[in-house]
Design a binder for this molecule. Structure first.
Ligand SMILES: C[S@@+](CC[C@H](N)C(=O)[O-])C[C@H]1O[C@@H](n2cnc3c(N)ncnc32)[C@H](O)[C@@H]1O
Length: 266
């Protein structure tokens, strides 16, 4: 499979099927050839680590995930999302698609920016977490989903959607999906269990079942898939599980790059 990625950068990790760069995504993306990527999955900072509280194992714990997740205020956050989404647009093929995952803290800004930059929104998917943590304050509804936006770069191009594979495929983890029925826009997938965290933890790790479904639905063999906020490398691991895809990951944090390397080697 043809390799594709920033040509002048030294990778943190490289194999026949994946390359990982420890870098700021804006910097790394600027070295990637334009119109070269088939699909992007982006799970940007949520901007919610501002000293709130959540529930973990029945206890109140700070919601903070790390400095990378702090909000700089509405205007700074919007400018950040605008910059990385435009950088992603440059490297996507015209028929290429982008997935963006988030909660209300960021997803509406990202949706607005996608539309402002002439992306064509194909779906907004509700990822329902059947095992979401309870709400201890009991003053509002218990957060139990994230939204995934799926958009095509060029309004007139033909994107990949493997309709039949979604209709006929087996999704045993999803209690809302019956066999041989159309895949709907609400997906029930539990958050990652211990087995997926065996190599180490990332505070916002996505389940492999979510990423393998996205890759199967929206790419074909030979696709080049990029994740500008690699985290623990779930997108890269899922590419390996689906097979016949090439992965490019970008991650600022050295510890998360090391965790990704372990997961990819495994
Ligand atoms: C929400 S997490 C992604 C989690 C990932 N989807 C997973 O399953 O592990 C966002 C990640 O982006 C990284 N990050 C934040 N700002 C970045 C930037 N400007 N460039 C590259 N990575 C960045 C953070 O260190 C964090 O690991």
């Amino acid at each position: 499979m043809a390799k594709c990625g920033p040509r002048v950068r030294t990778p943190f990790y490289q194999s026949e099927y994946a390359v990982l760069y420890q870098d700021d995504c804006l910097e790394a993306l600027s070295h990637i050839e334009e119109n070269s990527i088939d699909m992007i999955f982006a799970d940007p900072p949520y901007m919610l680590s501002n000293n709130g509280f959540t529930c973990q194992n029945g206890r109140m714990v700070p919601v903070n995930k790390g400095d990378w997740d702090k909000s700089g205020g509405f205007d700074d956050d919007t400018a950040f999302h605008d910059a990385w989404i435009r950088a992603c647009r440059r490297v996507l093929k015209p028929e290429g698609t982008i997935w963006i995952s988030g909660t209300y803290h960021s997803i509406y800004q990202c949706g607005y920016i996608l539309q402002k930059n002439s992306f064509h929104i194909l779906n907004d998917i509700v990822w329902f977490k059947p095992n979401a943590a309870p709400n201890l304050s009991c003053r509002f509804f218990t957060a139990s989903h994230e939204t995934l936006l799926w958009a095509r770069k060029d309004t007139n191009a033909k994107h990949v959607f493997n309709y039949q594979a979604m209709k006929d495929g087996a999704f045993p983890e999803d209690k809302l999906k019956n066999e041989n029925t159309q895949m709907r826009s609400v997906w029930s997938i539990p958050t990652p269990g211990k087995q997926e965290k065996a190599q180490g933890k990332h505070p916002t790790q996505k389940p492999l079942a979510l990423l393998t479904r996205i890759i199967r639905a929206s790419t074909n063999p030979g696709a080049v898939i990029l994740d500008p906020f690699n985290g623990s490398g779930t997108t890269g691991v899922a590419c390996g599980m689906v097979g016949e895809r090439f992965y490019i990951g970008i991650e600022l944090d050295a510890g998360f790059c090391a965790l990704t390397e372990k997961r990819l080697r495994d």
